[in-house]
Design a protein around this ligand. Structure first.
Ligand code: MD5
Ligand code: FE
Length: 203
C-alpha cells in the first residue's frame, strides 16, 4: 500500500511496523553516545524539538547557521555510526518508492513531546538534492503540515502514525513543511512522545 502525498512524495503506511524493536534498540544505542539536545536557531531561539544524529555527518544549528558536521559539537567526537538496522530500513523504503541504492550518510533523530512543534521550513542544507529523504514516524501520531514550493502556498494536513514511512523525492523534496504541536497522549510502545528518523544523503 502506498499513497502519493504530493509530486514525488510517497507515504508507505506501516512500512516500519515489523521492525520497531530493532529500530528502537538502535536509536537508544545512538542516544547513549550522543544524547538528545535542544539546538539553538541562528536567530537565537531554542528549538522545541530535541535532536541527535548518527552517520558520517549530523545536522546541527547554532548562532552561526545550519550545517552538516562530522563532529557532535557537544562532545567533540564523531557522531555514532549509523546502525545497520537503520541503514537497511532507509534503503528498503527508498527502493519501495523507486530509488534503488539509497545510501544515506546522515540520520537525524527528532523527539517530540506533547506541545513540541516544527515550524514551516524547507530542507535545503543537503548538497545532493536529487537524492530522496526518507522519514520514519514512531510513537504518538503527528499532524504533518505539507505546503508547496513557496512559503505562502496553502498547507495541507496529513496524519502520520507509528510505523509510517514517507519517501520525499521529486519536486516535494524542497516543499515547505512542518509538524503541528504534538497532542497529549500515550503510545503503548513509546510512551508520551514521538520520534522521527530522517535519513539524508547530505554530502
Ligand atoms: C519530522 N522532520 O517529522 C520531519 C520529517 C526535519 C523534518 O522536517 O527537517 O527534521 S522529514 C519531512 C520532510 C523532509 C523533506 C521534504 C519534505 C518533508 N517535504 O517536502 O514536505 O520530524
Ligand atoms: Fe524538514
Amino acid at each position: 500500500e502506498r499513497q502519493a502525498l504530493g509530486p514525488g512524495a510517497l507515504l508507505l503506511p506501516g512500512f516500519a511496523l515489523d521492525r520497531v524493536e530493532p529500530l528502537l534498540q538502535a536509536v537508544e544505542a545512538v542516544q547513549q553516545q550522543a544524547p538528545l539536545r535542544h539546538l539553538v536557531t541562528p536567530g537565537g531561539l531554542r528549538m522545541s524539538v530535541a535532536m541527535t544524529n548518527c552517520g558520517h555527518v549530523g545536522w546541527v544549528s547554532d548562532r552561526s547557521g545550519y550545517r552538516y558536521d562530522p563532529l557532535d559539537p557537544q562532545s567533540g567526537r564523531p557522531w555514532p555510526a549509523m546502525p545497520p538496522a537503520l541503514q537497511t530500513l532507509a534503503a528498503d523504503a527508498a527502493r519501495a518508492a523507486g530509488y534503488d541504492g539509497f545510501a544515506p550518510d546522515a540520520c537525524l533523530i527528532n523527539q517530540y513531546l506533547p506541545g513540541t512543534r516544527l515550524s514551516l521550513h524547507q530542507d535545503r542544507d543537503e548538497r545532493d538534492q536529487g537524492a530522496p529523504i526518507v522519514s520514519v514516524s514512531l510513537g504518538l501520531p503527528a499532524v504533518f503540515l505539507f505546503g508547496g514550493a513557496q512559503r505562502g502556498d496553502r498547507v495541507a494536513r496529513h496524519a502520520l502514525f507509528h510505523g509510517d514511512v514517507v519517501v520525499w523525492g521529486g519536486a516535494s523534496r524542497l516543499y515547505f513543511h512542518g509538524i503541528a504541536p504534538l497532542k497529549e497522549g500515550s503510545h503503548p510502545v513509546l510512551g508520551e512522545r514521538r520520534l522521527n528518523l530522517t535519513f539524508r544523503k547530505a554530502r
